[in-house]
Ligand binder design. Structure first.
Ligand code: P6P
Length: 327
C-alpha cells in the first residue's frame, strides 16, 4: 500500500507541492468527517445567505469553505486563495509560492438527499511581483496549473489528482491516510454514455440539439449505437464516472442568460477538471475551444463545458465546426 505522500515523492514531485497537497487533504478529511455525520452533526440544510453566484449557501458549503481556508492559510506556502464561496481572493503569506482556487463543495444541492458531492481544487504558482490579494494574480489560463484534482465524498472518499504526470486515484482509509488505489487512469476513447441536463434542451444552440438528437436516435441514427444517459447534478461525480469508465459530460451554453456562456465556473470547475481529463487522455472543450486555452477575465467567470472520451467529444465538435468561433 502506497500513501499519497510516498507516491508523490516517488514521482519526484517538488517537496513544496507535496506539502501543499498534504494540507489540502487534511482539510478534505475534516469535510468528509462532517459529511459522514450528516444530520447527526446538524450540517444539513441551507443558511439564510446567498453567495456571489446568487446561490443559497448550504450549511456544508460554509463549513467546507471555512475548513479549506483555515488549513490553507495556516500553510506559509499559500500566498492566497480564491473560492466559489468568496467574492474576492483571500491573501495568505505574501512570500508564499502557491495560489489555490477551489469549489469547496461542488454539487451541494445533493447534500440533503445524501448523493455524492466533492471538493475541486486548482493549484497555480504566484506570478513574480503579483499581489495575491488581487484578482489579477489568479487570472491564469488552465495550462498554467501545476496540479489539480478533486475529493469525491461518496460511499468512499476518493482523491483524483494530477500534477501533470497522469491521473491517479487515492482512497481515504479509516486510518486517515489517502492510499493509492488506481494508477495512470486512462479514459476509454469511445463511449455509449452521455450526461447532460435535458431540461435545458430548448435553450441550447442548434448544434447541441442536433448532436443530442442524433444520440437519441440510437443505432438507427448517424451515431450508429445505442446510448445511455446519466445526470447526477454533481460535476465531481460525473467526472469521476468519466475517468473511471468513459463517457461524455456536457453543460453547454444555453440562452437562459446570454450574459453567461454556461453554468459551470472556469477557474474552479472547468480548468481543474480539464487538466484531469486531458491528463487521462480525454478532451475538454467549450465546444469551440479547449477550456485550458481560455484566457480568464474574471475569477467567477463561467464557461460552457464538454468533456470526456476523446472520440465522442471529437464527434460533438464536428457539429460545431461549421458554425465559427461560438462561446
Ligand atoms: P443543474 C452543481 O451546482 C453544479 O455546479 C455541477 O456540479 C453540476 O454538474 C451542475 O451544477 C448541475 O446543474 O442545472 O443540473 O442543477
Amino acid at each position: 500500500m502506497l500513501l499519497l505522500s510516498q507516491f508523490l515523492k516517488q514521482q519526484d514531485t517538488e517537496d513544496t507541492l507535496v506539502d501543499l497537497i498534504g494540507t489540502l487533504m487534511l482539510a478534505c478529511k475534516e469535510v468528509a468527517i462532517q459529511l459522514r455525520e450528516g444530520e447527526l452533526a446538524g450540517v444539513l440544510g441551507s443558511t439564510d445567505n446567498t453567495n456571489v453566484q446568487g446561490e443559497t449557501q448550504k450549511k456544508m458549503d460554509v463549513i467546507a469553505n471555512d475548513l479549506l481556508k483555515k488549513f490553507l492559510l495556516d500553510n506559509p506556502l499559500v500566498a492566497g486563495l480564491a473560492s466559489e464561496e468568496e467574492d474576492h481572493p483571500v491573501g495568505g503569506n505574501p512570500e508564499g509560492k502557491y495560489l489555490v482556487i477551489f469549489d469547496p463543495l461542488d454539487g451541494s444541492s445533493n447534500i440533503d438527499i445524501n448523493v455524492s458531492v466533492g471538493t475541486i481544487f486548482s493549484i497555480l504558482e504566484l506570478p513574480e511581483g503579483m499581489d495575491p490579494s488581487q484578482d489579477e494574480a489568479y487570472l491564469q489560463c488552465g495550462r498554467k496549473q501545476v496540479a489539480a484534482g478533486y475529493v469525491l465524498y461518496g460511499q468512499s472518499s476518493v482523491l483524483a489528482l494530477t500534477t501533470g504526470h497522469g491521473v491517479n486515484f487515492f482512497t481515504l482509509a479509516h486510518t486517515g491516510d489517502f492510499i493509492l488505489t488506481r494508477e495512470q487512469v486512462q479514459i476509454p476513447a469511445d463511449t455509449k454514455e452521455f450526461a447532460i441536463n435535458m431540461s435545458n434542451h430548448r435553450f441550447w444552440e442548434e448544434e447541441m440539439r442536433n448532436y443530442v438528437g442524433d444520440l437519441l436516435q440510437g443505432s438507427e441514427g448517424p451515431r450508429g449505437k445505442n446510448y445511455n444517459m446519466r445526470w447526477i447534478a454533481s460535476m465531481v461525480a460525473e467526472v469521476h464516472r468519466v475517468l473511471t469508465r468513459g463517457g461524455i459530460f456536457t453543460y453547454p451554453w444555453d440562452g437562459r442568460d446570454p450574459s453567461k456562456p454556461g453554468k459551470l465556473r472556469l477557474m474552479y470547475e472547468g480548468n481543474p477538471m480539464s487538466m484531469l481529463i486531458e491528463q487521462a487522455g480525454g478532451i475538454s472543450s467549450t465546444c469551440y475551444k479547449n477550456i485550458m486555452d481560455l484566457e480568464p477575465q474574471r475569477i467567477h467567470q463561467r464557461s460552457a463545458v464538454a468533456l470526456g472520451s476523446k472520440n465522442e467529444v471529437e464527434a460533438l465538435l464536428t457539429y460545431h465546426a461549421e458554425s465559427g468561433d461560438g462561446q
